[in-house]
Ligand binder design. Structure first.
Ligand code: ZN
Ligand code: ZN
Length: 142
């Protein structure tokens, strides 16, 4: 039985698996254009966790999506699983949609709500930061 605080997930084909052995620091819906484009969806939900709490098996392919951050994908099935940024080297971001049990986490905020597409309505009561509250991964190129 996994620990109550342990979260597990992975890519669609199962080549990449991860385990997060402590509560993530924060869970954010990111509406930035990079996350939108890379996911092909309206927005992307991230778990941000201390690097040492994340164990990854398999070999993600890292794509430099900006000068300061890269995003990890499965080379076989294309699932976007991870991201890491020079702006916060002690943390990794994990896509919440790749969790085995996504119902176990609760999003806490929106970031880059100012870049949100017009056809997504924020109807929850979470804080909605216009830009990036604390997630430099999503800072837009000038
Ligand atoms: Zn895969
Ligand atoms: Zn983003």
């Amino acid at each position: 039985m996994p620990d109550e605080a342990t979260l597990e997930g992975g890519c669609l084909c199962g080549s990449i698996r991860y385990l997060i052995n402590r509560e993530p620091r924060v869970v954010s819906h990111c509406h930035c254009s990079l996350c939108r484009r890379v996911s092909g969806a309206g927005f992307l939900t991230w778990l941000t966790a201390k690097k040492e709490t994340v164990t990854v098996t398999g070999n993600p392919v890292w794509y430099p999506s900006s000068a300061w951050a890269e995003r990890g994908f499965c080379a076989a099935c294309g699932t976007h699983v991870l991201a890491r940024s020079d702006h916060y080297r002690r943390y990794w971001d994990i896509t919440a949609g790749s969790l085995d049990e996504p119902q176990r986490i609760s999003p806490e905020r929106h970031v880059f709500a100012g870049d949100k597409v017009t056809w997504i309505d924020i109807t929850d009561t979470l804080p909605a930061h216009v830009g990036d509250a604390t997630s430099p991964l999503c800072r837009q190129p000038a």
